[in-house]
Design a protein around this ligand. Structure first.
Ligand SMILES: [Zn+2]
Ligand SMILES: [Zn+2]
Length: 277
């Protein structure tokens, strides 16, 4: 088979590779049919994120068609379209049972597709075939009516955005939302759309921010462009305030936070350095 290999910033190449096969009863092999670029992929390709040096097969967000399954796989069959999570998880260890599938104890910490050797030898989704070691735990069947290309980022960036606005808005419905950071691209845009869909209200423009304080340098508004005409931006983006942590907080922001003076409701700080994964 062939897979797309990252060589250096700005350089990728299709290369031949051994075709993966089902190696155990819990496994599956899938053929990617729609693959999205993660915000982190973009940063790596541009050379602005260099924590993963060397050459490795790319791609860790996508929808795939199941081609082969092991004897014990019960939830998917050959022919099914599935969302393939970017992280490897067994579904049965203590961490997985607690819902912390990103910390699965059955594989090395950080196991994921698309970033060898950091993420382990799992290959990338920009490939003819991909091996899934825990099919029942990992694969999510896609309803037939859903366009695979529309949900190719469900593996990572759509879910990454949702975790920052979904649970907090469920806890505090109607809260304003502020996105700090967001240089990465897709994650903040998904968060905006999800916040709108979850009923986040429009907010005053930052020049009239709550408390009358000046907006942070670099504040810009994300309005229109398919985000809906709600009389103003529901989400303020303060990209130059220097996010210092990955944090989601409902209620009042931490004292002293760079953007604290402008916030009420939900504070979202994400994607420092443009890494949206
Ligand atoms: Zn596990
Ligand atoms: Zn990612």
């Amino acid at each position: 088979m062939r897979h797309l290999v990252f060589l250096a910033p700005g350089r990728v190449e299709w290369q031949d590779a051994p075709e993966p096969a089902v190696g155990g009863a819990l496994e599956a092999v899938v053929e990617p049919v729609a693959v999205a670029t993660c915000d982190l992929d973009v940063a790596i390709l541009r050379g602005t994120f260099r924590a993963f040096p060397g050459q490795f097969p790319l791609g860790h967000e996508g929808v795939a068609r199941v081609t082969d399954v092991g004897d014990a796989v019960a939830s998917v069959s050959p022919g099914d379209l599935v969302v393939v999570p970017f992280q490897i998880s067994c579904g049965t260890c203590r961490a997985c049972q607690a819902g912390r599938t990103g910390n699965c104890q059955s594989v090395a910490l950080g196991s994921m597709y698309g970033y060898e050797p950091f993420g382990g030898p799992w290959g990338g989704f920009l490939a003819d075939k991909v091996r899934v070691p825990y099919a029942d735990a990992m694969l999510v069947r896609l309803a037939p009516a859903i366009d695979p290309a529309a949900v190719a980022s469900l593996s990572d960036n759509v879910a990454d955005a949702w975790r920052t606005v979904g649970p907090p808005l469920a806890e505090a419905p109607g809260s304003e939302v502020l996105i700090v950071g967001g240089a990465g691209g897709s994650v903040p845009l998904y968060a905006i759309q999800q916040a709108l869909a979850l009923g986040a209200p429009a907010v005053p423009r930052a020049a009239r921010a709550r408390g009358g304080r000046a907006p942070p340098s670099g504040t810009r508004h994300l309005t229109g462009g398919g985000l809906g005409d709600r009389g103003g931006s529901p989400v303020r983006s303060a990209e130059e305030t220097g996010p210092d942590a990955l944090a989601v907080k409902a209620g009042q922001p931490k004292p002293g936070h760079a953007s604290g003076g402008h916030l009420r409701g939900i504070l979202l700080v994400t994607t420092a350095g443009g890494d949206g994964s």
